[in-house]
Write a protein that binds this ligand. Sequence first.
Ligand code: F6R
Length: 243
Amino acid sequence: MLHANIIKAATPEEAGKLAADVFEALIRTKPACLLGLATGSTPLPLYRELIAREKAGKIDFSRVRSANLDEYKGLGPDHPQSYRYFMQDNLFNHISIKPENTIVPDGLATDPEAMFAAYENQIEAWGGVDLQLLGIGHDGHIGFNEPCDHFPKMTHEVELTAMTREANKRFFASLDEVPTAAFTMGIGTVMAARKVMLIATGADKKEILHKSFFGPVTPEVPASILQFHPDVTVICDAAAWGE
Ligand code: F6R
């Protein structure tokens, strides 16, 4: 492993609190910061904690901006399994962030290439991502950057692997309903963030966590590229670390 601060928490809830400390410190020092956000089960304790901290007057989201990692192709904001819907439901509707200050790739884009360019341009116009939050897939994906033979640079379209569709079917009525493609920030977009925080919780993440941070850097394990990022913090619970 080349770089990465690894913080071990006892439980997913404690991991969420430790992650919230980093978010709180950033938002206090830079109220108009740009957060890179993720969906999935992993960030939920963090999002609950951030909501509680704003209600307690510790954080103010009114000037914060956010850019999400990814979205399913074909799902619009009103679809309960879309990532835009997830973000509204689990975070944005409960904090003071302004709707115009949040972006999620448009799953219904009719001209995806134009949408990708606009997405990257908006991130740049907002000054770049200050803190990029990541979960990790069982195959090492970050965002929806699946194992492949290169590290994709910019926001782009991906075919989802069978493993990812299988892992995400828990949110859908059946596997058939899980979209087969998605739009995601590229590895280059993620690597351009000034600070990266990856959270991994649960015993099922142990193997891929170790492979990503202690194994060779390879596009076959997309998260392994984070070994080359100068400011990465990994927050894991005891189960993901292997205790
Ligand atoms: C979600 C995302 C994905 C998830 C990963 C882990 O926006 O980009 O890479 O972080 O699939 O998902 P969970 O947290 O549900 O295990």
